[in-house]
Design a protein around this ligand. Structure first.
Ligand code: ZN
Length: 685
């Protein structure tokens, strides 16, 4: 690993943060070199690692005070800013070292009460460790290559041989007051050292300047990498390649997701998960190891991962054999519960609420037809991605550790302390779930009008979205804004429609609901209507709905978690108008389709409902057409939009709200809801 330090960039950072009230030259350089560390996924991932600088800032009395600026929780080293390095008063912080003990709660309180800015994020749980060490700049990572050396039974001997006295070794203790004291004592006992190796945890380096601390860090990691490479037994054992790529899971994802959602021992509640599947040479080599069953079950590369990956992955021989999947999943859950029971029994004084027993990483061996897979499991798309990312690096650590010697993780009691540590669980963030939290929803005609309003409303309610439209630019913009997956094509193409449902399932791991919204409104007297016009209308206004619903039903069946089909019918289905036959006929068939799916979906918990909307300012009809229709009724345009029983213009957002209601109405199916301000001639019931 090479140093990325560049003097010109460092000077730019000083200039960039010159006016920042949280900053000075020290802090600017701290930001700069923290980002260099954050830019290397093999050093830190997803909020891992932390850095600090001891400097002086002005407090609110105008006094210049000694502070420790240390990474705050919720910040990532890769894009940290001065505000992500909250300033903690240093003089009274270092005094705490004389205490015999300090509970985690008291430690968090001690850190918060010494903040210069009461609104700053919580300083890292490793703040005291940074504070008790005297060096000006301190860098800390969980580098893969370092973990491969410190995850060994004889780690201290290996590290001693490799680094001599430059890096002192600290035995494993959970982060907190005790570790901070031990680290400071170890540094004092080794006055010539320039950093610490924390067994089963990671690397600390320090220096008088940002550059010195950073480059000592890179040097230690580079030496570890070279040592691992020199231990390689053959050309095939080269690992440390991260060419993992996303892979299509198709319908297998849905049956896996459904099984993860149902835990018979958890009282029948369903937990919707997201899946993130990867493949690649490093994954394939790891899964082909003869000792995979043993080596993968020893534990995580560092206990910091355990809240996101659990201690061990679930291993499967294929995704085709559902009986095997059921048996192995049940075995995984039984083993997890037994571990929690053992560890709770060993801590009778603590009240411990067990977490779910579901795996967060699933490894599937290669078969004749499918590549080896690494599947991250999470309660959000991001959590699934983080689990897969962390395990990708775990594979590198374990592979390298086995080259050097024997990979050894911590005993389960230490892992349990970390997994059930309140300060760790706090990182996952607890907030009350939104209405569509965990739902994966597919929406057509999503770029504008009712589809766009529905996408916004469902995203706000917490759904993960797959958006479809044939207009690329607005679709891509909306998908970027809502952090949604998308596909651009014409819903009249049934093959593209089916393929996009597969993509949605592969991307998120399944499907919970469909808003089949796309449509268009051709006009012609029915007797004179060319066949081609009528058939084209049926393709979009009927068959596209049917193709989508049929593809979704396959997923719903495999998943076994119910589901919902929401159709955009039209008032034309009930109250057709002259020359609107080519539009009204397929929409009338769509209402019949809704009822058919309600009948046949009911037994597996799939609900089918439709909305009957009218006179909404969308692009369904051209402005000229709308003006003509208004003029034919002797109305100004605004009055035309308000000409209903309530005298109220209906908005796309009103329709979106009703779709949201139908998505969450557990006892409603086979229903058509009017969203038209009141039109008795079009009222279905
Ligand atoms: Zn750490």
């Amino acid at each position: 690993m090479d140093s990325r330090w560049n003097d010109a960039d460092a000077r730019d950072a000083i200039a960039q943060f010159a006016g920042d009230p949280h900053s000075n030259e020290d802090v600017a350089l701290r930001v700069y070199s923290s980002r260099l560390i954050g830019a290397e996924p093999s050093l830190v991932l997803h909020g891992g690692g932390n850095t600090s600088v001891k400097t002086q800032l002005i407090d609110d009395t105008g006094a210049r005070v000694d502070v420790l600026c240390v990474k705050g929780s919720g910040w990532d080293l890769g894009d940290i800013a001065p505000a992500g390095l909250p300033a903690v008063r240093l003089d009274t912080l270092t005094v705490l070292r004389s205490r015999q003990a300090l509970s985690d709660e008291d430690m968090v309180n001690a850190q918060r009460t010494r903040l210069l800015d009461a609104g700053a994020p919580n300083p890292s749980v490793e703040t005291l460790l940074h504070g008790f060490l005297p060096a000006k700049f301190i860098d800390h990572s969980h580098a893969d290559a370092i973990l491969a050396l410190v995850d060994q039974a004889d780690a201290a001997a290996i590290c001693g041989r490799l680094f001599g006295g430059r890096l002192a070794v600290v035995p494993y203790i959970m982060p907190g007051f005790a570790l901070a004291k031990l680290a400071a004592e170890t540094a004092e006992a080794n006055p010539d050292c320039e950093g610490l190796l924390l067994l089963q945890h990671g690397l600390f380096t320090w220096g008088a300047s940002a550059r010195e601390s950073y480059e000592r860090h890179i040097r230690a990691v580079s030496e570890a990498e070279a040592f691992i490479a020199a231990s390689a037994s053959g050309p095939d054992s080269q690992s440390l390649d991260t060419d993992d790529r996303a892979v299509a899971l198709d319908i297998h994802a849905a049956s896996l997701r459904g099984r993860l959602a149902r835990d018979p021992a958890a009282g029948g509640t369903q937990r919707p998960y997201f899946l993130d599947a990867r493949t690649g040479p490093a994954i394939a080599r790891y899964l082909a190891r003869a000792d995979l069953d043993a080596v993968s079950q020893r534990g995580p590369a560092t206990p910091d991962h355990v809240i996101r990956t659990k201690a061990t992955p679930l291993i499967l021989d294929s995704l085709d054999d559902l009986a095997e999947l059921d048996a192995r999943l049940a075995g995984f859950r039984d083993r997890y519960r037994a571990y929690v029971d053992r560890q709770r029994t060993a801590r009778p004084e603590r009240v411990i609420q067990p977490l779910d027993a579901d795996p967060r990483v699933i490894l599937v061996r290669a078969t004749d037809s499918t590549p080896a897979l690494l599947i991250g499991v999470g309660t959000s798309p991001k959590a699934a991605r983080v689990a897969a990312d962390l395990y990708t690096h775990t594979i590198e650590v374990i592979t390298a550790a086995e080259q050097v010697g024997r990979f050894q993780a911590l005993p389960e009691s230490d892992l349990f302390d970390m997994e059930y540590w309140s300060l760790e669980q706090a990182k996952l963030g607890k907030r009350s779930p939104r209405r569509l939290e965990g739902h994966i929803v597919y929406i057509t005609g999503a770029a504008r009008g009712i589809g766009e309003a529905t996408a916004r409303s469902f995203a706000k309610a917490g759904a993960a979205l797959f958006l479809v439209d044939r207009e690329a630019a607005p679709l891509e913009a909306l998908a970027a804004e809502l952090d949604a997956a998308f596909a651009c094509f014409d819903v009249a193409d049934p093959a593209a429609l089916r393929a996009s449902v597969d993509r949605c399932v592969s991307h998120y791991g399944g499907l919970d609901g469909v808003v089949s919204n796309a449509g268009y409104a051709p006009q012609s007297p029915i007797a004179a209507c060319p066949d081609a016009v009528l058939r084209a209308s049926f393709e979009v206004n009927f068959f596209a709905h049917q193709t989508l619903a049929s593809a979704a039903m396959c997923v719903f069946e495999a998943q076994g978690m119910g589901g919902y089909l929401l159709f955009n019918a039209s008032k034309a289905a009930f109250n057709p108008g002259a020359k609107f036959g080519p539009y009204a006929l397929p929409k009338a068939a769509l209402v019949a389709l809704t009822k058919q799916y309600a009948i046949e979906g009911g037994p597996i918990g799939v609900r089918a409902n439709a909305i009957n909307a009218d006179r909404i300012r969308t692009r369904l009809l051209s402005q000229v057409d709308v003006e003509k229709r208004a003029a034919a009724r002797g109305l100004e345009l605004d009055a035309y939009y308000r000409s209903n029983l309530l005298g109220r213009e209906v908005s796309a957002a009103d329709v979106a709200d009703t779709f949201l209601h139908l998505a969450t109405a557990p006892s409603t199916t086979g229903c058509v809801v009017t969203v038209d301000g009141g039109n008795i001639a079009a009222s279905p019931r």
